[in-house]
Design a protein around this ligand. Structure first.
Ligand SMILES: [Zn+2]
Length: 373
């Protein structure tokens, strides 16, 4: 028998992996509906939330749907049960389902949608298709009495703090003496009011990203025994990682356009794709962006991609970009459905860390509105 895990606890752990702060302002990510103060019974991962997907979740007895596309992308003014969306919401609520979406935050996070797409094509020498901002690094140093060193370090590193390249839980430790004198108003954990105190303390230093600061401070607040914990946040000039969307990278071996199309179809399990550009072109450098990537065609050209794989391309812009020499594979928006397996992996890792075990169902519903005949 595994210990119960509340949906809000699971979502807090998911937030560490895919922070909502990374989403674009216009997006509608995170909790879409439901009661997060409910014990989790299981998870269903899906690209879209349709009625068939909701039926599947009910049938499988899971109460959390983790989707990529938000169910309520456009703000609603009323919930009319006679509409498709209204009926869907009614069904979710009556069946106690919680719906949570990670959309552009998952597109942008390191190791998210676009990295996973590039992984599947084994692209090397990878860079961002569109560079958006640099992740700022911060040095966190926190001074803690010896007795609480382990517990604080464990709580911080569990959040992914102290990750450097392929190394996790990186911390530098220095012993020292902390001196202080509690005032009349203080409620000291160690020492007496109005008496000078000296305590053997440890300074723990971590490299953290700017996004991790608020989580780190709430952990210090929660775990540090002192009434007023001492810590420093020092902005660093070290170059941080660049964040952005889409990926560009090289194939290990150049390949002609037609065999490459076949490879893309096989890799992503696609029945058909629309292509444009020169049929005899040799493909070495590949740009890929899941979803509707039409507005980034010039970025793909600038990054010297031979082909750009994305979805939702329209007639005229495809015509224009192909004339400039960039080949296009419109693999459809449904290309993104590979995230169903990737979300499962993320959920499994969270269960492993939290010592829980619940069913994770990868939706079998094909939510692609298009089919090839
Ligand atoms: Zn999408």
């Amino acid at each position: 028998m595994h210990k119960p895990l509340y949906i809000k606890e699971f979502l807090a752990a998911f937030e560490q992996v895919v922070p909502q702060a990374l989403a674009y302002d216009w997006d509608a990510v995170g909790l879409q509906m439901g009661d997060v103060n409910t014990p989790l019974t299981g998870i269903l991962t899906t690209l879209d939330v349709t009625e068939a997907v909701v039926d599947e979740a009910i049938e499988q007895g899971v109460n959390l749907i983790m989707s990529h596309h938000p169910i309520m992308f456009k703000p609603m003014k009323k919930i009319d049960f006679s509409t498709v969306k209204g009926r869907l919401i009614k069904k979710c609520l009556l069946n106690g389902l919680t719906i949570f979406s990670a959309h552009t935050n998952y597109d942008r996070v390191d190791g998210g949608m676009n990295d996973r797409l590039a992984d599947r094509l084994a692209l090397v020498n990878r860079e961002m298709l569109v560079e958006e901002d640099e992740i700022k690094n911060v040095k966190l140093q926190v001074f803690v009495p010896h007795t609480h060193k382990e517990i604080l370090d464990e709580a911080l590193t569990r959040l992914g703090i102290g990750t450097m390249g392929n190394y996790e839980a990186c911390v530098y430790e220095t012993d020292g003496i902390g001196r202080f004198q509690p005032t009349d108003k203080a409620d000291p954990f160690i020492g007496e009011r109005q008496t000078r105190e000296a305590v053997e303390e440890v300074k723990l230093e971590y490299l953290i990203t700017h996004d991790q600061v608020s989580n780190a401070l709430s952990i210090i607040d929660e775990v540090h025994p002192y009434e007023t914990p001492a810590f420093d946040l020092i902005p660093l000039l070290n170059t941080g990682k660049v964040r952005g969307i889409g990926r560009v990278g090289d194939l290990t071996e150049p390949i002609s356009f037609h065999p490459f199309i076949k490879k893309v179809k096989e890799t992503f399990g696609l029945d058909g794709v629309r292509v444009a550009g020169q049929s005899d072109k040799l493909i070495k450098r590949v740009a890929i962006l899941g979803g509707s990537g039409e507005k980034f065609t010039m970025a793909a050209l600038k990054k010297q991609a031979d082909v750009y794989i994305t979805g939702d391309m329209t007639f005229h812009s495809t015509q224009d970009i192909a004339a400039l020499g960039l080949n296009i594979i419109d693999a459809g928006h449904y290309l993104e459905s590979v995230m169903k397996d990737d979300f499962k992996e993320i959920c499994q890792a969270i269960f492993k860390k939290t010592d829980c075990d619940y069913p994770i169902v990868v939706s079998r519903v094909n939510t692609n509105p298009f089919r090839f005949i």
